[in-house]
Design a protein around this ligand. Structure first.
Ligand code: SF4
Length: 318
């Protein structure tokens, strides 16, 4: 009798779509925005151009990368502007989006429906003392309120957490409790990537980072777990997947498309016994202009998107 081959579990790459370099809080001690804030006087000038954002979403779709969430600092866009961008991204991907743009009130969240699957709370750290020091202007209670409001609206809830900013393993049970109490559907873990100009110098050790993921997977079997990597941490990806991560994020996939770094992600997935869906290495052979035309955006936006797409594709081909 022919032996039934077991299907490999899938894994994939998720790309956060970054909207702006401005954040009115600007004082989270690990954050790149905290270094930028004083340099950016006009928040509007810190925004990415719409055609660049949408071109990046087209590339993500074609390459099989899932949009992780739409991410921007506090007060970088007005609500109507954000709603319009979310609607366009929904149109391109055919998928409802996750919003990670700060704490939103219930009435505001309602304005994004039916284009969102859920909201993401930037919890970052579960230890209250460390959190207060590291994110002084981002209290946890409003995030919890947003989760409750999202639930009342029938939306899902996600959160982000950064490992290596002063918490310890003793905080793991608090994270499990938080996930259970707030009925979190998905979590993104990041290993601290210290930015020059911040107080941090070193990211967490691999064993420590994977322990968090492993424990959360063990205690929260149905939670979707996304794990952040970085160019200098790619060799740990198989361990993150083996620990229970579903997918990988935080890799400059356009700039490093097709490079040995991108190949490493795909081979790390294989090493963990996973089937990698999508591609970080094979340039899709399609008519990119047609991808824009079929969306039916106005002429000027379509023209600018095509220019930007060409620019990104040239970067990917380098
Ligand atoms: S609120 Fe978010 S974007 Fe703003 S400084 Fe803190 S981590 Fe950075």
């Amino acid at each position: 009798m022919q032996k039934k081959t077991e299907k490999a579990k899938k894994t994939w790459f998720e790309r956060a779509i970054f909207l702006s370099w401005y954040c009115s809080k600007g004082d989270c001690k690990f954050c790149y925005m905290s270094i930028q804030k004083d340099r950016i006087k006009d928040p509007k000038k810190a925004r990415r151009r719409k055609e660049a954002i949408l071109a990046e979403v087209i590339i993500s779709k074609v390459c099989g990368w899932k949009v992780e969430f739409l991410s921007g600092g506090y007060d970088s866009y007005s609500v109507p502007e954000l709603v319009a961008i979310t609607k366009d991204i929904h149109k391109i991907t055919g998928q409802k989006q996750w919003l990670n743009v700060g704490v939103l009130k219930k009435e505001t969240i309602r304005r994004f429906m039916p284009h969102i699957e859920g909201v993401c709370g930037a919890v970052e750290c579960i230890n209250p003392k460390v959190r207060k020091e590291v994110c002084p202007s981002k209290p946890i209670q409003p995030i919890i309120r947003m989760f409750r409001d999202a639930e009342k609206l029938g939306l899902k809830k996600a959160m982000t957490i950064i490992i290596g900013i002063g918490e310890t393993e003793k905080d793991i049970p608090s994270l499990v409790k938080f996930i259970e109490e707030n009925k979190i559907d998905r979590i993104t873990f990041y290993a601290l990537n210290p930015h020059r100009g911040t107080i941090f110098r070193k990211g967490p050790a691999t064993g420590y980072y994977t322990k968090w993921i492993k424990e959360i997977r063990k205690n929260c079997p149905t939670l979707q777990i996304i794990a952040g990597s970085w160019v200098n941490r790619l060799s740990e990806i198989h361990l993150l997947l083996e620990a229970g991560a579903d997918a990988i994020t935080k890799f400059p996939a356009i700039n490093l498309f097709g490079t040995r770094y991108a190949k490493r992600i795909e081979s790390e997935a294989k090493r963990a016994g996973r089937e990698f869906t999508g591609t970080l290495t094979r340039m899709p052979d399609i008519d990119w202009n047609k991808e824009v035309d079929k969306l039916g955006f106005d002429e000027n936006l379509s023209k600018n998107m095509k220019i930007k797409l060409l620019d990104y594709i040239n970067q990917m081909k380098k």
